[in-house]
Design a protein around this ligand. Sequence first.
Ligand code: COA
Length: 261
Amino acid sequence: MSYEAIIVEDHGPVRRITINRPEKLNALNRQVLLELRRAFEEADAEAAVRAVILTGAGERAFVAGADIAELARLGPEGAKEQTLLGQRILRQIEMMNKPVIAAINGYALGGGCELALACHLRVAAATAKIGLPEVKLGLIPGYGGTQRLPRLIGGARALELILQGEPIGADKALQWGLVNRVAPSAAETVRVAEELLRPILARAPLAVGAAIEAHRRGREVQQTEAMRIEADLFALLYTTEDTREGLTAFLDKREPKWRGR
Ligand code: COA
């Protein structure tokens, strides 16, 4: 399928999706959001795609936020429709059972920070600035930021970022657990994301998917129910060839061969 505002390309089993509006610091307008929806639907549906790296074009920005020119044209009804659309598309990314890594190659502000939060793992360039500056515009985060950020880094730190609206650098983001790795430069962010992915791609694909699902669904319910979800997925893996293969290969002292079934 063809895209205008994003670039979609495959590097082996890893699909790379690049938001491509560098002249506007990759701000998320409606077109970018709708193309992301389509690109993630395709990545989910295609068996050959094992993981996704999401990044921004150029060396300045991952995504500098929702498109403020579009936001300025909205009234209360349009704003509601916009926030629900953004929330749905970011939820779709979070719901992927294939690992999705944000390669944050520069500014990740507002909707850009929220987009990175919807990914499963995050790598930031040493030059990146990450934050939720919506209060500076008289707004609050509207694509899940008030909910996902505290679940990831704790309420106190999240509220500090949301209430002050000041971005933090990559080192602090690492220290706070907002990102998993720091890349030395913007240009190397995708490479570091690929390194983070490499061992994951060597694991049983269905087990990786089940782990992502257990983590995601478990976070949203009480612990007793979360434990049941884990047990169900654990047992479900016993219906797959790969689980049998993994256990047998260990006992046979050989490397497992995954088939993804
Ligand atoms: N929406 C729409 N356009 C944006 C944008 C956004 N979120 N962020 C940047 N742009 C545009 C700028 O308007 C400018 O366009 P122009 O050249 O047509 O005037 C272009 O991208 C470059 O940005 P500029 O502000 O000139 O770069 P800078 O280096 O001076 O500043 C930032 C970089 C990121 C600090 C600044 O662009 C900024 O504060 N952006 C908004 C961040 C924000 O509040 N995001 C949350 C939105 S909910």
